[in-house]
Design a protein around this ligand. Structure first.
Ligand SMILES: Nc1ncnc2c1ncn2[C@@H]1O[C@H](COP(=O)(O)OP(=O)(O)OP(=O)(O)O)[C@@H](O)[C@H]1O
Ligand SMILES: [Mg+2]
Length: 1074
């Protein structure tokens, strides 16, 4: 089957290149040849390789050939066909398991382990859920297969001590459920009488960590009735045969199956193929492993024993025909009463009466003996059924995985197989309906959807006809029209409904249906084969005639309601079996829905579960009906091959494609195999896939591009691609590893390099600091010895100081000559140098200054220099005069009076004090080259020869006395605002610098030759000049003040051009001859 092939994981080393792929295939074939014994090579291992694949006979021949060589497994693609060998083959050993672990389908002879292993590895790789669907008719080997799969997982999965528990529970849940749910039938000595779906949960590491079991409709009728040659459920026989004496005593049982009616109806309590004693021990052990407590186990056996006791209760009709307990067997009641913990009266009433609710009252209506038997059997069935449900629940509790992380699961479906008995009843109807549903699912998942998909994808395809059994499923389950609906209607409708009315309804509703026949509806020929109370269904697997007797009762499951009432009335009475009954009471939905409808909806649920998982198929075939080994019944097998649709499956498989996948998914998985598609394909996925498969060397007949999917014809192509991917993954992993290692190492290198760099920096820093310490030490030492003569200790320091001083000096040189304060104070060792430098610098400045002077300015400065020589340090007001520039003459054009002297060099206004009265008079003093003239209004009043000139100047006020040795009038006492200018010019013109004297205290002068006068000076509040009483000229001056000049005529004036003119700068020009 094409869909089954998907996602087969592989391992090994293979190149994607074509020649390499072929080489690999050849190698495998050679290996296989080598590995297979002659026996293994019998027939063909995969029907797909069968030449005449359309021939049923060829198919059967191959099966038969292999079967006779004990080769029971054959593939159709990945579907496994298994033929029951009815003998131990020795192919399920640990060694075999090891061989099949991690190996592709076609690399070893077909085996159920290969399928299990591939499902497991695909699940791990793709992280999704899978299900293995095992189908076949009763006795074909489904249960055995499911056990082999479970054993394989238990052995092959990774193991830890913790998980060993889970593993044991998973394995041992089987014998327990088989003991309670399997029985010997005519078809099978260990026939499953319930459907079982088991989830095995795996964690991300592939460890089996838990499980869950769903059970489907147990054939409870077997508890009370078995056909000839059949047995009740195994557990009853195991209990009677195997239980310890003490337990049997406690249960009130004897070790003899013949004593219990429920065990002997089939008249074959002993079966040669079954060892009840051994099985009992296994079950006992298994019960403890799945953590059912001793107390619960006892109660469990109590319930089982009570069923056996119930079976032995007999009824008799009283005079009115009502049932009473047979006096012989009434003692039998004691045991079930004790074991079930029900009050004896309650049980007695429950068995012989029926509770009827009439309005608000409850009335007990007595039962007939026949009804009482029915009630007894129904009670036994109900008890057993609920016990089984409780057991499944308990098993699930023990298998449950508490860890909430995501699990992937592999489901195992082992359901009761299709069966046809001489008389088929409600149970067979349900079982066969279940098989019908599974077949429909199989068809849907393989044949139908497969072919529909080819059509949808536009793949050229020659349709393969197949029998779609939907028509039969609908016949059974369709709403309102289906058999189950009609049955329910009959069960629920008021009035006298019976099995026969049900049959009539069926005939009414389904008359004319091609797969439904009754005595009434059948043609003449068929009618002979049908009883009046029968209906026949043409199932996918053949015709089955069902007897309607009991359908309504079984569907109603009547007594359950009665028991529920009894239990509800007196729940405490059920205490010893509280767990069982408690579970029974809790069961949701029970009693509300008819049995067939419940079964129908549980099957719908099962279908959903199966559809949600990736399916794998095991199709079991039964070689003969006599359970004999080595006997291959052609007709029987041919029939199974036919109804299982194996030929159609093979044809679809041969004509179709083993594998298909959406372009996106295929590309995503295998894009690493082509440089063009790795790591990202930018274009359309279909183009990417095309590029990829061309690169992989797919031949045109090996694949087809659909509309949304790629279809790959042969598994080997996919396997090779998978192998290539596997290898590529290794390469990629190696590259990622290398990259990552590189990254790690690079990081480490960077860290080392940084550390190295930091180390280097740190060493440098240390050196620098060491150096700095030395320098600082030397510096300090040098500083401490700075005043010592130059020696080793201070030489460096002193050099530094010197340099430092020179540098600083260079940056802080005075900007001009007048800036006297800027010169840096030199350190002691530089004092001499500093002085010389200062001098040099001053000289430089002077030189610069001098060079920049105009001739006029030079003359002026020469005058100033003379002034300085004359007055510096001698006269108080000299410093203030320095900044005032000298002018050529003061009077030119200033007072408007022309000076009549020849070539006047300088003229200025002066105040002359009379020698006698000291009256001040304003005069002009004009200096010429030859003499000085005192002029009044352009008249020369007095001429003073320079040759005889002497002079005194007052220290404090601007007053001078000019004495002239040749002057007959006596000395002149003059006051002038520009005294320094005047005196300088005078001394220059007269060349009499030495004659000028600045005197302190009084100035003596000659009023006229022989008479001396005095000018006295004192300080006062106000400037005044007057003749003192002693006849001296008293000059009162305000102590010298920078901010104001003193008016010669009193008062302090703010300096102004005009007032300056009259300032009291006085001097005398002595005219006397001395
Ligand atoms: N692989 C096998 N090797 C040996 N014996 C097998 C194998 N498979 C089945 N058998 C025998 O066939 C018997 C019936 O098999 P099994 O119980 O698995 O049938 P089944 O398909 O489950 O039937 P049912 O539908 O009645 O449950 C087994 O008890 C066993 O003896
Ligand atoms: Mg079975």
């Amino acid at each position: 089957d094409a869909r089954e092939i998907r996602r087969v994981p592989t391992c090994g080393e293979i190149s994607i290149k074509k020649h390499y792929l072929e080489a690999r295939c050849n190698r495998i074939l050679v290996d296989m040849e080598g590995a297979l014994t002659a026996r293994d090579r019998v027939g063909i291992q995969d029907f797909v390789l069968l030449d005449s694949y359309t021939s049923e006979s060829a198919f059967l021949d191959n099966l038969r050939k292999r079967f006779h060589e004990n080769l029971i497994y054959t593939y159709i693609g990945t579907l496994l066909v298994s033929v029951n060998p009815y003998k131990e083959l020795g192919i399920y050993t640990k060694k075999q398991m090891d061989i099949y672990m991690g190996v592709n389908f076609f690399e070893l002879p077909p085996h159920i382990y290969a399928l299990s292993d591939n499902a497991y590895r695909t699940m791990l790789m793709e992280n999704n859920n899978h299900v293995i669907l095992i189908s076949g008719e009763s006795g074909a080997g489904k249960t055995e297969s499911s056990k082999k799969i479970l054993q394989f997982y238990a052995v092959s999965c990774p193991r830890t001590s913790l998980l060993d528990n889970v593993r044991d529970r998973l394995l041992l849940s089987n014998p327990v459920l088989e003991a309670f749910g399997n029985a010997k039938t005519l078809k099978n000595d260990n026939s499953s009488r319930f459907g079982k779906y088991m989830d095995i949960q795996f964690d991300f590491q592939g460890e089996a960590v838990g499980g869950h079991i769903l059970s489907y409709l147990l054939e409870k009728s077997r508890v009370v009735h078995q056909n000839h040659g059949e047995r009740n459920f195994h557990i009853f026989y195991q209990l009677v045969e195997g239980a310890e004496d003490g337990l049997l005593r406690w249960l009130g049982l004897e070790r003899n199956c013949q004593l219990y009616r429920y065990l002997v109806q089939g008249q074959c309590a002993k079966v040669s193929s079954i060892s009840d004693k051994t099985d009992w021990r296994t079950v006992r052990k298994a019960l403890s492993v799945i953590e059912i407590s001793e107390a619960d186990t006892e109660h469990l056996f109590g319930v089982i024993a009570s069923v056996l006791h119930l079976g032995n209760i007999r009824f008799e009709a009283d005079a009115r025909g009502y049932a009473t307990l047979n006096t012989l067997t009434s003692s039998v009641l004691v045991s079930p009463v004790q074991l079930l913990g029900v009050h004896v009266q309650v049980l007695r009433e429950g068995l012989t009466h029926r509770k009827i609710e009439a309005r608000a009252e409850e009335v007990l209506s007595p039962l007939t003996a026949e009804h009482a038997i029915y009630a007894r059997d129904a009670l036994a069935k109900a008890i057993y059924g609920r016990t089984f449900a409780w057991l499944v629940n308990k098993t699930n509790e023990s298998l449950a995985n508490k860890d909430s992380t995501r699990k992937t699961v592999i489901g195992l479906l082992d359901i009761y197989g299709f069966e046809v008995f001489h008389v088929n009843s409600f149970e067979q109807f349900c079982i066969n309906y279940c098989n019908e549903k599974l077949q429909q699912l199989f068809i849907q998942l393989t044949l139908k959807s497969e072919q529909e998909e080819y059509e949808a994808e536009g793949i050229e395809w020659e349709a393969v006809p197949f029998f779609n059994n939907k028509i039969i499923c609908d016949l059974v389950e369709e709403k309102h029209r289906g058999i189950i609906s009609v049955l329910d209607e009959e069960c629920l409708r008021p009035g006298e409904a019976s099995d026969l009315t049900f049959l009539e309804k069926l005939e009414e509703k389904l008359g004319g249906h091609p797969h439904f026949v009754t005595h009434k509806l059948a043609d003449q020929k068929t009618r002979k084969t049908l009883e009046r109370g029968d209906f026949r269904l043409l199932h996918y697997a053949g015709e089955v005639t069902y007897c309607v007797v009991g359908f309504l009762d079984k569907n109603n499951d009547l007594l359950y309601k009665n028991i529920k009432d009894v239990s509800a009335l007196n729940p405490s009475a059920l205490l010893p079996c509280g767990a069982v009954f408690g579970y029974m009471l809790q069961s949701p939905g029970l009693g509300f829905l008819q049995v067939a409808t419940q079964f129908k909806s549980s099957l719908a649920g099962l279908t959903e579960i199966l559809m949600s998982k990736e399916p794998w198929y095991v199709r079991c075939l039964k070689p003969n009906n006599s359970k004999q080994s080595g006997c291959f019944d052609d007709v029987l097998v041919r029939h199974q091959v036919k109804y299982l649709g194996l030929m159609e499956h093979l044809r679809v498989r041969r004509a179709g494609f083993a594998y298909r996948r959406r372009f996106e998914v295929f590309l995503q998985r295998y894009k690493a195999l082509c440089p063009d598609t790795w790591p990202h394909w930018k274009g359309k996925p279909a183009d990417g896939v095309q590029r990829l498969v061309i690169h992989l060397g797919y031949r045109p007949d090996e694949y087809k591009m659909g509309r949304t999917k790629i279809f790959i014809r042969h598994p080997r192509t996919l396997f090779a691609t998978e192998d290539a991917f596997e290898m590529c993954k290794h390469k990629l992993a190696t590259r990622i590893q290398a990259k990552y290692r590189g990254y790690r190492v690079k990081g480490a290198f960077h860290r080392q390099r940084d550390a190295c760099w930091r180390g280097m920096q740190a060493r440098k820093e240390r050196e620098r600091r060491t150096w700095a310490v030395k320098v600082i030490k030397r510096f300090i030492k040098g500083f401490m010895n700075r005043n010592q003569p130059v020696c080793v200790d201070n030489a460096e320091y002193l050099t530094f100081v010197r340099q430092n001083y020179l540098i600083r000096l260079k940056e802080n040189l005075p900007k001009n000559l007048l800036d006297k304060n800027t010169w840096l104070t030199p350190p002691p060792i530089m004092q001499e140098a500093s002085r010389i430098l200062h001098q040099l610098y001053v000289r430089l400045l002077v030189r610069k200054y001098v060079r920049g002077l105009s001739a006029q300015r030079k003359a002026q400065l020469q005058l100033k220099s003379l002034t300085s020589a004359l007055f510096k340090g001698k006269k108080e007001s000299y410093p203030q005069s320095v900044s005032k520039p000298f002018v050529g003459t003061r009077l030119e054009g200033e007072d408007g009076s022309p000076v009549r002297c020849k070539a006047p060099q300088y003229s200025v206004l002066v105040v002359k004090y009379d020698r006698n009265g000291f009256r001040p008079r304003q005069r002009q003093l004009v200096l010429t080259q030859a003499a000085a003239y005192l002029v009044e209004e352009a008249k020369i009043k007095q001429r003073v020869e320079y040759g005889s000139l002497k002079g005194w100047l007052s220290l404090t006020v601007e007053l001078c006395v000019l004495s002239c040795s040749v002057c007959p009038q006596g000395d002149l006492v003059l006051q002038c605002d520009h005294l320094f200018e005047l005196v300088t010019k005078l001394s220059m013109l007269a060349n009499k610098a030495s004659a000028i004297k600045v005197v302190q205290g009084s100035i003596r002068f000659d009023i006229h030759p022989g008479k001396e006068g005095f000018v006295d000076f004192r300080s006062g509040q106000e400037t005044m000049v007057y003749r003192a009483k002693n006849g001296h000229l008293m000059v009162v001056s305000v102590p010298y003040c920078n901010s104001a000049t003193i008016n010669a005529f009193g008062g302090v004036h703010r300096p102004s051009r005009h007032i300056q003119y009259y300032n009291a700068n006085m001097f005398t020009i002595p005219m006397s001859t001395h």
